[in-house]
Design a protein around this ligand. Sequence first.
Ligand code: ADP
Ligand code: MG
Length: 329
Amino acid sequence: MNDRVQRSGEFEMIARYFAPLAKHPGAFGLKDDAAVFRPRAGREIILTTDAIIEGVHFMQDDPPDTIARKALRVNLSDLAGKGAEPAGYLLSLVLPAWVNDSWISAFSQGLSDDQAEFGVTLFGGDTDRTPGPLVISITAVGEIEQGMMVRREGARAGDLVFVSGTVGDGGAGLEILKGENAKLDLSQREFVISRYRTPEPRVALGRKLVGLASAGLDVSDGLIADLGHIAEWSRVRIAVMASEIPISDACRALWGGSSQAIMRAATAGDDYELAFAIPPVRRAELESAASETGVGVTEIGRVEAGEGVVLLGPTGAPILLGRGGFTHF
Ligand code: ADP
Ligand code: MG
């Protein structure tokens, strides 16, 4: 295909599959070169971006709709961790030759479903061809009350540390998909695989954390590593009680309940839960926020003077991490 034919193919693809997703008037139906977006009075724009790459973050034969949803959801999770209300996103596609119309059709359907679920719209993007792997880059756009983004810094000694949902499921799902461990029944397999493929960005809970959490973020690299970011930027130590870390039945069935299994769940990553600190006097407010949003939160530890993250065993003695990639122990 010469360049000209290829380009016009892409214009048709955008008009057919992506223009219907561009519902915001400022996106001009993707018929212009850029979009305009104005946050409501008293709010500012919050931006985040994340790319996923074939062979690194997903496989060529993964269902295209779940690839789309995960690409969008990891970005919405970043917004959630910062307390933002999502508005929309930009989509850059770098497409290898194997991507055909039916793939794009299923991919755009995944986006459409999640747009409805999370109240976001497509603002624009870019489309290119590559001899290399498929790359999907999404930039999410949200709004937040001026100056109120939940930061990594701000946790104080004495604050309580919480995490939403359960951790380890995404890592367990990946292990099942790689065929490394078959020790689960069908419904548990489906649960952890769906936690891996379509994580649940905690947008509503994140909104409630604005002005409530002293620091926070979404957990993508693993609970311990991400708490390490809060510890580092807040210049505090975070002590986590291993026995309090919330782990699903499926994850427990796969990995067991040993302290090694808990560490595995706390370092697996791909959780997209929220981890945050709050002053102890605000515990009741957090509990109502959690029940209003229907998202469970678990108190897992305390902020202390010092540095790094320490995982405490049942006797209060530190449990050391066996695996590398981690410097806070
Ligand atoms: P340019 O020549 O400036 O790169 P494009 O042809 O890439 O312009 O884009 C034309 C319009 O289509 C723009 O509004 C752009 O935002 C939109 N667009 C292009 N690719 C995508 C995509 N993958 N998803 C959403 N919008 C896209
Ligand atoms: Mg372009």
